[in-house]
Design a protein around this ligand. Structure first.
Ligand code: PAF
Length: 283
């Protein structure tokens, strides 16, 4: 496994050898890797691709007051895990490599509309930071395919739209959320949870399942189902930011006629912000 930290070295590695039949697969990450990230790498390896992973905690996608400084940085352990699974190339740029003129002076890539709701509404500028860095990384790596976790479903939909709108010749593939045995979606931020909070955290997914079951059994009152879930979550100690059923196509609020929708939830538990979703209505 090769590890590079400059754009020149990355491109040297990528142009040095001919790509395998499976092409080049890319998995962008912010490090602190868990089984969810490794399942994205495994998908690329299974496809016979040369798998490139980036590890970069992107300051542009954190708003003032968020956890940029506290975000867990575990590079050595990440590299051990990536070598063990068989990743081919790891790109670990620093901030000045990706933003040589500073964060504020960098061109911004912005996807409108899809970023106005859900996390976009609660985290000012977050998705502009994500699309800017992902666009740049995709241009540097030029993969045939890039993998993103469905846990961040809004992010996946936003990136798909960016790639389509900008005619980038890259296939964007979502990979199902990796869950702990009790249902909690794996996330780098789970390490912030105290043991007591960790015990409550799976309720987030349990409530998504309850809403999904309500929808499958014919309830058309999506707002009511979500409101009941918010009351249950808040009574357990969550501070729910949003819980909504939205269409995957355009993130408009969904109703019983929509066949491709998801329930999206975000909630604070103590000092930790958790998000999750469950896809519903694909009949
Ligand atoms: O999902 C993440 O870890 C990040 O948002 C990403 C896609 C690596 C961009 O920084």
């Amino acid at each position: 496994m090769e590890i590079v930290n400059t754009a020149q070295a990355l491109q040297g590695q990528l142009s040095g050898q001919s790509a395998p039949a499976g092409g080049i697969a890319f998995v962008p990450t912010m490090g602190n890797l868990h089984e969810g990230h490794l399942s994205l790498v495994a998908r690329g390896l299974d496809a016979g691709a040369k798998v490139v992973v980036s590890i970069f905690v992107n300051p542009l996608q954190f708003s003032a007051g968020e956890d940029l400084d506290a975000y867990p940085r575990t590079l050595e352990h990440d590299l051990v895990q990536l070598a063990a699974i068989g990743a081919d190339l790891v790109f670990t740029p620093d901030v000045s490599t990706l933003y040589p003129n500073g964060l504020q002076a960098h061109t911004t890539v912005r996807v409108p509309h899809l970023t106005d709701v859900l996390c976009g509404q609660h985290r000012a500028g977050h998705f502009d930071g994500v699309t800017t860095v992902v666009c740049k990384l995709l241009n540097l790596v030029s993969p045939d395919i890039a993998f993103f976790g469905e846990k961040d479903l809004q992010q996946l939909l936003v990136i798909r739209r960016m790639v389509k709108d900008l005619a980038m010749p890259i296939r964007i593939e979502g990979v199902p959320t990796f869950r702990a045995a009790d249902g909690l979606a794996l996330s780098s931020r789970n390490s912030y949870l105290s043991p007591a909070e960790r015990a409550i955290a799976p309720q987030l997914y349990k409530n998504l399942v309850t809403i999904s079951e309500g929808i499958q059994s014919g309830s058309g009152d999506y707002a009511g189902l979500c409101q009941t879930a918010v009351q249950r979550l808040d009574s357990l100690g969550f501070v729910t930011e949003y819980c909504e059923v939205r269409r995957c196509q355009d993130l408009a609020l969904a109703g019983p006629d929509d066949t491709d929708a998801a329930v999206f939830v975000a909630a604070q538990l103590g000092g930790t912000r958790l998000i999750d979703n469950i896809q519903v209505g694909t009949y």
